[in-house]
Structures are given as C-alpha cells and as structure tokens.
Design a protein around this ligand. Structure first.
Ligand code: COA
Length: 264
C-alpha cells in the first residue's frame, strides 16, 4: 500500500505507461493484420473478401509468429517455442520464433512450410505450400537462407543453406536451391539453376565441360587407321604365304583385267 501522495502518483503513472504500451502494441498488431489482409487480397486472385482472407492459415501463422518473435527477443524462448508449436499444430506452418521476417509476407495455402531459426525474409515475399527455408546440416551459426525483397518461392521448393537470394527472385515449384541467386532471376530445377535474368533467357551452355569436337573426330580417325593397319598386316601375311607356296612372287594385283606380279 503506497503511504504518501507521491508514491500513489508514481504508481498511477506506471499503470498509465503500461496501459499506453499495451494499447500501442495492440494498435500496431491490428495495423499489421490489416496490412497482411491487404497484401493477401492484392496477391491472391482467389481471395474474394476480407472475411475470407481472415480464415487463411498463412495469416494465422503470421499472427502467431509475431507474438512468438516478441517473446523470443525478450528472452522467453520456451514460451516463444510453445506459441510457434501451437501455430504449427493449428496451421501446419512452422516458423521458428527466431526467424526475421519483413513486411508483407504472404504464405499461400501454407501447409508444410518450414522457416528455420536463422532465416531472414525481406519485404513483400510470397511463399507457397511445402516450402522449406532450411539448413543443409553442414553449417553452424547462420544456417538458413536470407531472402531479399519481392521474392517468390514456389510450392515444394527447398532453399537450403545460409546463402543470399537477391531481390525480385522467382524460385520455381519443387526447385532445390543450394547456392546464392542474384537479383531479378528465375531459378528452376534440382539443383536449381538460373534460367531467366530480367526476363531474358540465360544460356546455361557449359563451355568448360563440353567435349571438344576436333578431339572427338581425331579419336574416331585413330580407330579407323588402326583397323586399316590390321587389314594391311593380314593382307601382307596372305601374300607372304602365297609367295612361299608358289616359290616365286605371287600374281596378286588385278588391274584392267590383267595379273600383275607383286614385287616384294
Ligand atoms: C518459375 C515460375 C515462377 C515462372 O517464372 P518465369 O520467370 O515466368 O519463367 P518461365 O515461365 O519463362 O520459365 C522459365 C523456364 O523454366 C521452366 N520452368 C518453369 N517452372 C518450372 C519448374 N517448376 N520446374 C522446372 N522448370 C520450370 C520453363 O519451362 C522454362 O523453360 P525454358 O527456358 O526451356 O523455356 C513458375 O513456373 C513457377 O514455378 N511458379 C511457382 C508457382 C507455384 O508454386 N504455384 C503454386 C500455387 S498453389
């Protein structure tokens, strides 16, 4: 019980400050949710109304993540984990509370998305179902990828390792990205390779490991020369045998219907 008027004033001021801080957090959270809803409505052609968007599991996962991330940063790591695991149970989306996520992330469909502890995601990114932003198991410390702004990661894609993915990158569905991708590129396949840069086709022709056609032709010629040499050897042996049988040089070569003596 405060005894003096001063002590009572301090307590009232502290309560007012806590209330203000709570209201600020609440207003910020509501603003962020409204922004997320706007982002989803802009990017998902299937979203017909705000009410519909409010049911999206990607939106729920982001709400849980924000709470978990605040708890994580304030040192309440177990509590943060509890919140993220609850989100995983409810949405099928697992975002580690330590991940750093920018504004306007849209997780479409969501199920099976995994975002690792040291992953970083820039602003206005889109991630589809089944995406993993994970580690390879070979790195320590920073183990997960860093995505720039406006990155799209297609369904089922795996981005593994602490590499940088530039701005405006598109990662194709089911790609497995193991190396950095520069900005403004599209990467496809396993392992993922860049196929488009600023919309233009990228020539992936491997000049170094392509066989040299001249060397290949010379190899073929060597094989034929060897075969011809063997044939000539055989013919010479036959000639020798005929010569021995006849006791004189054998008439072997036929030219213009006549026999020509073969001189050795
Ligand atoms: C990659 C993608 C983003 C298109 O990007 P883009 O820059 O417009 O590229 P293009 O469509 O011109 O395709 C580039 C090349 O990659 C190939 N390609 C596209 N997607 C591919 C994929 N998922 N796997 C393998 N190759 C793919 C194309 O056939 C094309 O090949 P080409 O160079 O021989 O013609 C798109 O195909 C994609 O995968 N989006 C994922 C969307 C998604 O996950 N949706 C799920 C909704 S539920």
């Amino acid at each position: 019980m405060p005894r003096t008027a001063d002590e009572r004033n301090i307590k009232t001021r502290d309560k007012a400050k806590t209330f203000d801080a709570l209201m600020d957090t609440l207003i910020r959270a509501v603003r962020e949710v409204m922004r997320d809803v706007r982002v989803i409505r802009q990017r998902d052609p299937a979203a017909q109304s705000t009410a519909e968007v409010l049911m999206y599991s990607g939106l729920h996962a982001m709400l849980f993540y924000r709470v978990a991330h605040i708890l994580y940063l304030s040192g309440h790591k177990t509590l943060a984990r509890m919140v993220s695991q609850t989100a995983r149970f409810l949405t099928g989306i697992e975002i580690h509370p330590g991940a750093k996520i920018g504004k306007g992330l849209f997780i479409d469909h969501g199920a099976g998305v995994v975002i690792g502890e040291t992953a970083e995601i820039g602003d206005n990114c889109t991630i589809y179902q089944g995406v993993t932003l994970g580690g390879t198991g070979k790195d320590v410390g920073k183990r997960h990828p860093t995505l720039g702004n406006n990155v799209m990661v297609g369904s089922g894609a795996k981005v593994l390792g602490p590499m940088e993915i530039g701005d405006n990158v598109k990662i194709a569905a089911n790609a497995v990205v193991l190396e950095a991708i520069p900005s403004d590129c599209t990467a496809v396949g396993i392992p993922a390779r860049v196929v488009r840069r600023r919309g233009a086709r990228v020539d992936n022709f491997d000049q170094v490991h392509t066989p040299d056609p001249v060397t290949q032709e010379m190899c073929r010629m060597n094989v034929r020369i060897e075969a011809l040499r063997r044939t000539v050897d055989e013919l010479e042996d036959q000639l020798e045998a005929l010569k021995d049988e006849a006791g004189h040089p054998a008439p072997m070569l036929v030219r213009g219907g006549e026999y020509w003596d073969y001189e050795i």
